[in-house]
Structure formats: structure tokens, C-alpha cells
Design a protein around this ligand. Structure first.
Ligand code: MLT
Length: 406
């Protein structure tokens, strides 16, 4: 008899964004004439930067000719892209990261989901609440979360992000081994100061813990005082893995390219306390389970670091930040308190009512899709997340419609 991994039975019935898509398509079926504006899932709407498109075309042409054709590439990514990332995203900002510590992948979602499999099943995991659901769900699938009771899993340490702590969690009182952090935060849009991030690095060093730092939205940071990478914090190289993505930075959600940084100093321990380097373990995992990102896509990603690419990416992000500013101003004008929206494409809104009720209200009365905060965890109840990823005209119209509804 073939049996299932029963940990899957511990999961909530459906993935948050699938549930939202289901509700939206059922609304659209019932209201075919109504144009829905989507400010829910953070999916980009603007085309790829011209520099990326040119690089993509050129690489496709190379693939068409004997002599310039590429078959399997290195599982870790091509050197031209790893070098460009190490230089531009890290070394030029004073973070000591080398090209061979960068692993190119097809998405930060997959990497943040997959990384947990190199750790023991009985470690103590600390996860923010509210949280990007992937961190929690993948630990549930692995059997690490324990039983669900009153909406919370018994073995998870929840790091609460609330209005009271400025949506940046405090250090846990108990000892934890693996810590997920995400800044600029998904879903709240909050950012972390150097000082607060240093406290997390110190905690990890003191407790032989590891931080999984999701920096997928770092390109939205415009305030130089805010750290863009955890490696700007002294001592982080030994205790942190960082995840980045080209999805929101350069519009790659449909093209797929991201990377994970595993410094060669980062270790975890076996049962006898002997240290093992995570770089080797992740490399072993990737070479076994992954065959790399396609050559044309990596060429397109490398074009982000050219002079032209850099300017185009900046204006793309400016565009979404301008949307975010508009959403933030309007919502504040309507009397809502919000965080995020500057240095972040997400606006976290105190809905003053149940999250899903507010979601339904915006969908049914205004035809606008947001993301209910409760879907990100208990602390998200009473909030909704509004995404700035859409065209300006749509964002303006959505805010007009919301203004006429609430
Ligand atoms: C989100 O809306 O939270 C993100 O788009 C989801 C993702 O990046 O997977």
C-alpha cells in the first residue's frame, strides 16, 4: 500500500494565493462585466527592462548556432552572473561575498522552501507572524511544526510583528536554531535598522543558530540608513544565508531567476557537535536536485548589472514606488493607518475589521483585490496587504473605487 507523507495533512487546505485566485475567479464568473483590479499577489505588470530583452535575444541567437550553443550549465550558475552579483550587490557595498558563494536558481520561493531540508527534523524553528506562507508550510511538510492547535503549530516559535513593536519582531526568549527574517518585509512592508539586525546576528552567534534572510525586496530600499544585505552586519557571514530575486527587482516573475548566498563560513552541527559547512551541503543538494537556470535567462539577469540595465531597473522600481506612495497617501487620507509603502512595494493596512471581510468588501464593492492579512498568520488578522505592483492608471482607479466604497 502506497502511503502519503502525513505531514501534508497538517497543512491548511490551500496555499494563500491559490485561495485568493479561486475567490477572484468565482467573483468574475458571477460578475462578468466587472473589471477587477489586482493589488493582491505581488506580481509585476511592467515589461522587462530593454537591456534584459536585448541580452535575452542575443543569447537565444547563440543557442541557435553550432559553436555558440549551450547544453547543461553549471548547477550553481554561470560565472559571468555570479561575478556580476558578487561585485555589484555585495562587494561594492562593503559586504564581503565572493562569486562562488552565490547559487543561481529559478526563484527565491523555491530556495526558501528547499533550504530547510538540509537541517535536522527536530530543530527549533522561529518564524515571523505574519509571514510569507512558504517558510511555515515547508516546515510543516517536513514534519517540523508539530500539531495545530488554535491556529498555531506547537513546535514553531512565532516571532510576532505587531504595531506595538513597529512590525519588527523581538528576539525570542527561548533558544531557537533556525530563524526566518524578511526585510523589507513581506507582507508588512516594514524595514529593519542596522542596530536591530545586529541584535539578531549577535543572537545567532551566541546560540549557534542560523538566520535565513529573505531580501527579495531589497531593491526597493531608498533610505541609505537601512541595510540592504545582512552581510553589511559584522559577523553575519558565519550565521546567515541570504535570498535574493530578480522577480520584483527587474520584472522576472515570468522569466524566473534568483540567487541564494551561502557564505563559506556558515556552519551547522551534527549530533556530536561537529561543525559542517552549509556551502558544501547546499551545493550537494543543488547538484543532485537542480540542473541550473537556462543560459538565456542568466544572460538576461546579468544585463541588470550593465549601465543601461541599472538605469532601467531603477526607473522600474521608481515606478512601483510611486504607485506605493499613491496608495499610502490615499489610504491615510481615508483614515487608515498603514506601514510600508516607502522602501517597500507593500502597504500593510489596519482594516479596522476582519481581514477576509475587508477583502470581500473591496472585491465585491470596489472590484479591487488585496491580500487578507489573516492569511499570513494570526498577527495579520485585522489587516490587509495592498501591493503596488500594477500599472499607475489601475492603481489610481483602484484608490478612487476604494474611496467611493469605504
Ligand atoms: C507575494 O505576493 O507575496 C509574492 O508575490 C509571492 C511570491 O513571491 O511568491
Amino acid at each position: 500500500m502506497i502511503r502519503i507523507n502525513e505531514n501534508y495533512l497538517n497543512l491548511k487546505a490551500s496555499y494563500l494565493f491559490s485561495e485568493i485566485a479561486r475567490r477572484v475567479s468565482s467573483f468574475q464568473e458571477k460578475n462578468p462585466g466587472k473589471k477587477v483590479i489586482k493589488l493582491g499577489i505581488g506580481d509585476v505588470t511592467r515589461p522587462l527592462p530593454g537591456a534584459c530583452i536585448s541580452a535575452l535575444h542575443a543569447a537565444v541567437d547563440e543557442m541557435s548556432a553550432q559553436g555558440t550553443f549551450y547544453g547543461y550549465g553549471p548547477e550553481q550558475g554561470y560565472a559571468f552572473l555570479r561575478e556580476a552579483i558578487a561585485e555589484n550587490d555585495f562587494r561594492s557595498r562593503g559586504a564581503d561575498i565572493s562569486a562562488d558563494e552565490i547559487f543561481i536558481s529559478d526563484g527565491a520561493k523555491c530556495d526558501t522552501a528547499n533550504i530547510q531540508e538540509i537541517f535536522a527534523r527536530d530543530i527549533r524553528v522561529a518564524i515571523p507572524d505574519p509571514v510569507y506562507p512558504v517558510y511555515l508550510d515547508t516546515n510543516i511538510m517536513a514534519g517540523r511544526a508539530g500539531d495545530l492547535s488554535d491556529g498555531r503549530y506547537g513546535n514553531i516559535v512565532y516571532l510576532e510583528s505587531t504595531a506595538g513593536n513597529g512590525f519588527v519582531p523581538e528576539l525570542p526568549r527561548e533558544k531557537v536554531d533556525l530563524i526566518y527574517l524578511c526585510f523589507p518585509n513581506n507582507p508588512t512592508g516594514a524595514t529593519i535598522t542596522r542596530d536591530r539586525l545586529s541584535r539578531w546576528v549577535d543572537y545567532a552567534r551566541e546560540n549557534r543558530a542560523l538566520i535565513l534572510y529573505d531580501a527579495a525586496y531589497e531593491a526597493f530600499i531608498r533610505d541609505d540608513a537601512i541595510p540592504r544585505s545582512i552581510y553589511e552586519i559584522p559577523g553575519a557571514r558565519e550565521v546567515a544565508i541570504e535570498f535574493r530575486s530578480f522577480s520584483k527587482t527587474a520584472g522576472f516573475t515570468g522569466l524566473r531567476c534568483a540567487f541564494t548566498v551561502v557564505p563559506r563560513d556558515c556552519a551547522a552541527y551534527d549530533t556530536s557537535g561537529c561543525a559542517h559547512l552549509l556551502h558544501g551541503l547546499w551545493n550537494r543538494r543543488q547538484t543532485t536536485k537542480f540542473n541550473g537556470v537556462s543560459y538565456p535567462v542568466q544572460r538576461a539577469a546579468a544585463a541588470v548589472y550593465t549601465e543601461e540595465g541599472r538605469a532601467q531597473v531603477r526607473s522600474l522600481i521608481d515606478y512601483y514606488l510611486n504607485n506605493a506612495g499613491h496608495i499610502l497617501n490615499k489610504l491615510k487620507g481615508f483614515g487608515y493607518s498603514c506601514v510600508g509603502g516607502d522602501n517597500s512595494p507593500y502597504i500593510w493596512v489596519d482594516a479596522k475589521t476582519d481581514s477576509w471581510e475587508f477583502f470581500d468588501l473591496l472585491l465585491e464593492k470596489a472590484g479591487v483585490v488585496c491580500t487578507p492579512g489573516a492569511g499570513f498568520g494570526r498577527c495579520g488578522q485585522g489587516y490587509v496587504r495592498i501591493s503596488a505592483f500594477n500599472d499607475l492608471e489601475r492603481v489610481v482607479e483602484a484608490m478612487e473605487r476604494i474611496g467611493g466604497t469605504i
